[in-house]
Design a binder for this molecule. Structure first.
Ligand code: ATP
Length: 369
């Protein structure tokens, strides 16, 4: 289903001019604070009207100023999930969920309670009240309440921003299930590259009210020049790997990509599953000769396809490893010492431990314990 946005809106001295189309299951709206993400979400939700423009979801027109169409918020059938869960404190989880049902007209209720509860793993919480839940549990219930309303679109506005890393890690697999197992398109606001890289099919980068770039997550996130300064260290490549074998004795998983073989900290996915991994440019070392006697588990071969120098001491080297594209951030000093040039054959060295945390995304993966 394609989400298409083409609008402008003035808010005081701020001008939002946004134009993009996305057919990904999960489209991330990514940008620094003040770039216009929430303003755009409010326009999609129908909380504000554009000065000019049109928003469509599939064949449904939400607003078209030229044709004087404005579907009010309560008729857009959008599930909203905010930074804070906003559950009703006096109602149990079960009643909070049921409340969502009232927002769907009788004939259009496709979501049933049991499957939503199962999808989000909240069956054991049904009798409890929100004040007894962890932040991650509250967010899962908030997502459930939005889903029970059988929405045609989910808008998730920084749903993980208020959670610590452990709670984020707990809830990310549920958002992945929501993306992969339901057919509801999701617009997901975030200013974290790590989150966007893990979840998004498509990415829209907003800056100062304008769309700087939009397209597939792998392509957009490869544009290091577009990332906010605070996230430059997170810049890297997204590559797809297939789980080949578990190595339980070492707590590792052996995988293959178009570019070679990988050993990463254990990934709980069945053999043959596809996973997406973010390889940060700062974690990739380069060598002109095949390294021997090193502890790093991942050594790939690649060819230099680009060298970007900037003002600072570092350089971004782009490498083709088979059909994979990887990046390495090295110093200008190393660039000169190694006399790197386009077309040169190199070895890439990547420590397995650099993948701990949220770097691995599950795609079509059969999770195993
Ligand atoms: N009603 C309004 N009147 C005037 N200015 C507004 C209004 N709403 C938003 N703005 C301005 O528009 C700009 C974009 O705000 P917005 O909240 O959309 O950004 P954001 O990318 O969501 O930021 P954050 O990540 O901090 O939530 C800001 O400069 C904000 O002050």
């Amino acid at each position: 289903m394609t989400i298409s946005v083409n609008l402008n809106k003035r808010l005081g001295s701020f001008a939002l001019n946004a134009s993009f189309a996305s057919s990904g299951r999960l489209t991330a709206l990514f940008g620094q604070s003040g770039s216009g993400k929430t303003s755009l979400v409010n326009l999609i939700a129908g909380l504000t009207k554009p000065d000019h423009g049109r928003i469509t979801v599939g064949d449904r027109v939400l607003v078209d100023t030229e044709k004087r169409i404005f579907r009010p918020a309560h008729k857009r059938r959008i599930g909203y999930v905010f930074q804070d869960a906003r559950l009703f404190p006096h109602l149990t989880v079960s009643h909070n969920l049921r409340y969502g049902r009232w927002f769907a007209p009788q004939g259009e209720r496709y979501a049933d309670m049991d499957s939503v509860v199962e999808l989000l793993g909240i069956g054991h919480l049904l009798g409890r009240r929100p004040d007894g839940l962890s932040g991650g549990e509250k967010q899962r219930v908030a997502i459930g309440r939005a889903l029970i309303a059988s929405p045609r679109l989910m808008l998730m506005d920084e749903p993980l921003a208020a959670l610590d890393d452990a709670r984020k890690a707990e809830i990310l697999p549920y958002i992945e299930r929501l993306r992969d197992e339901t057919k509801i398109p999701i617009i997901y606001v975030s200013h974290s590259v790590a989150e966007v890289a893990r979840l998004a099919n498509d990415v829209v980068i907003l800056s100062d009210g304008r769309v700087l770039s939009h397209g597939s997550a792998a392509d957009v996130l490869a544009r290091h020049d577009l990332l906010p300064a605070s996230e430059k260290g997170e810049a890297g490549a997204l590559i797809e790997l297939v789980v080949a074998e578990q190595e339980p004795a070492y707590g590792l998983t052996f995988l293959r990509s178009a570019g070679g073989e990988w050993r990463l900290p254990r990934i709980k996915a069945a053999t043959g599953s596809k996973v997406r991994v973010r390889v940060r440019a700062r974690d990739v070392m380069l060598a002109t000769e095949k390294p021997a006697g090193i502890s790093a588990l991942n050594v790939l071969e690649g060819v230099v396809t680009g060298i970007e120098t900037g003002e600072g001491p570092d350089v971004l080297v782009t490498l083709a490893c088979g059909d994979d594209r990887l990046f390495s951030r090295i110093t200008r000093r190393s660039l000169e010492a190694m006399a790197l040039r386009n077309g040169q054959h190199l070895y890439l060295v990547i420590k397995a431990v650099s993948f701990e945390g949220g770097a691995v995304a599950f795609r079509h993966a059969a999770a195993v314990d």
